[in-house]
Design a protein around this ligand. Structure first.
Ligand code: SAM
Length: 287
């Protein structure tokens, strides 16, 4: 069969042949539009030298395109029922390996070491299961994997939050958490019609370019993220009120005011107006 998996006819044919029924609980919304997939691969800057890691290959729509463009593809799929289907749809390609594992439990670092050479750029490319978007991305970032970038289809609302800049509605502690590790950018918005079945939410492709170094110098990352969370605590409150409430019993309000002054940050500002650099400065003075 020389028709791409990511077409309505071929997808229906594969599903019917195998009597496959979607599991909503696993976030199974398959892509049926090859152009979207080609766009994703372009944004990920995949070429024959690159290694690709896919999360949730489904019936192989994106996997097939990755196999055609990347040197090697490793895909993690939790649903055992999809393995024989993938075996068939990916049979023309000898550069793909499917691992039947929950990505949240997988040792991704080890898989990278075993499957890719150290001079190969490794890129994560996926149409993520939406029920665990944030846990998957935070795991990939916090594990400090030797990867170059992450290009993923996720809910539009979450993509907007991860890529948000200060003084916008979407900006919050998730923006800082993601942008501490990466340069984040919404690459494109995607209509619901490219999925089967169609999800209830709008989708976007998010591109995360890994940073070589964090954008701020913090001696204690846990404390830095604690300060960030506290600052965003109650949106309508001032920075000083949010911080004073959070550090109650541990720090005097007057000391916090002193730190804000040393950091050159007006205490009556809202947390949502602070850049990541300012949060770094603030955390350094508070610690
Ligand atoms: N890549 C395919 C496509 O674009 O058509 C399928 C994408 S679908 C949105 C998400 C896929 O992730 C499903 O195949 C689902 O079974 C799989 N999945 C769900 N939870 C997973 C987990 N914890 N680990 C690995 N795969 C998972």
């Amino acid at each position: 069969n020389n028709k791409a998996v990511a077409t309505p006819t071929r997808t229906k044919e594969i599903l019917n042949t195998h009597g496959f029924s979607f599991k909503k609980s696993l976030g199974q919304n398959f892509i049926i539009d090859v152009n979207i997939l080609k766009n994703i691969i372009e944004h990920a800057e995949i070429d024959q030298h690159a290694g690709a890691i896919e999360i949730g290959p489904g019936i192989g729509a994106l996997t097939e395109q990755l196999a055609q463009h990347a040197g090697k593809v490793v895909a993690f799929e939790i649903d055992q029922r999809l393995l024989p289907i993938l075996g068939e749809s990916l049979s023309p390609y000898d550069n793909v390996e499917v691992i039947n594992q929950d990505i949240l439990k997988a040792n991704v670092k080890q898989v990278i070491e075993e499957n890719f050479s150290s001079d190969q750029k490794v890129k994560v490319v996926a149409n993520l299961p939406y029920y665990i978007t944030t846990p998957i991305l935070m795991k990939l970032l916090m594990d400090r994997l030797p990867i170059d970038s992450i290009t993923v289809m996720i809910q539009k609302e979450v993509a907007d939050r991860m890529a948000a800049v200060p003084n916008t509605k979407s900006y919050g502690s998730l923006s800082i958490a993601v942008q501490y590790y990466t340069v984040a950018q919404v690459a494109m918005n995607v209509p619901k019609t490219v999925f089967m079945p169609q999800p209830n939410v709008d989708s976007s492709v998010l591109h995360l370019q890994m940073r070589a170094e964090p954008p701020v110098n913090v001696d204690n990352e846990d404390f830095f993220f604690d300060v960030v969370k506290a600052s965003f605590g109650q949106r309508r409150k001032t920075l000083i009120n949010n911080l004073a409430r959070h550090f109650k019993g541990k720090m005097e309000k007057s000391d916090i005011l002193g730190c804000l002054e040393k950091a050159g940050i007006n205490p009556t500002r809202r947390g949502e107006s602070l850049s990541i650099e300012e949060f770094g400065l603030l955390a350094r003075h508070l610690s």
